[in-house]
Design a protein around this ligand. Sequence first.
Ligand code: HEM
Length: 123
Amino acid sequence: MTSFLTMLSGILVARFFKKKKWWLKVHKRLNIAAVVLAVLGILIIAVYVQTSGSPHFRVSHAFYGAAAFILLLAAPALGFAMFKIKDKTKILRIKQLHRWSGRTTSVLMAAAIIAGFSLMGFI
Ligand code: HEM
């Protein structure tokens, strides 16, 4: 949840504050923080499920989480790749992939959160 809100702020900065000088620095920092928080969250929950003795990937929440996690690693990798590659057409393609992997990650994280709330009986 914390990771999701951090990432959402990072994405909104890229969407609405591109005219500001600081947008990229803030976008990178917020999204890297979101990745670190998500990795920590997943490690903690994986250890918890392991020690509880019940099987992993029992509920849809876990599948949304796993899919979000894969894209969560792809989005920053594509973000950094944009600055490493010289070929202009490749940069454009990577930019599109970066935007869409980032957006899809946040949607999958939202789905995992909703499925998690439903498991907890909140909704
Ligand atoms: C989990 C990490 C990240 C996520 C989820 C993410 C997500 C996004 C999204 C959704 C956009 C499009 C915003 C919009 O216009 O609607 C975007 C733009 C951008 N991101 Fe990231 N980002 C991440 C990390 C990074 C990193 C590490 C870098 C650079 C090293 C970076 C560089 C950029 C740049 C340059 C753009 C502007 C591309 C354009 O012209 O639209 N991002 N990001």
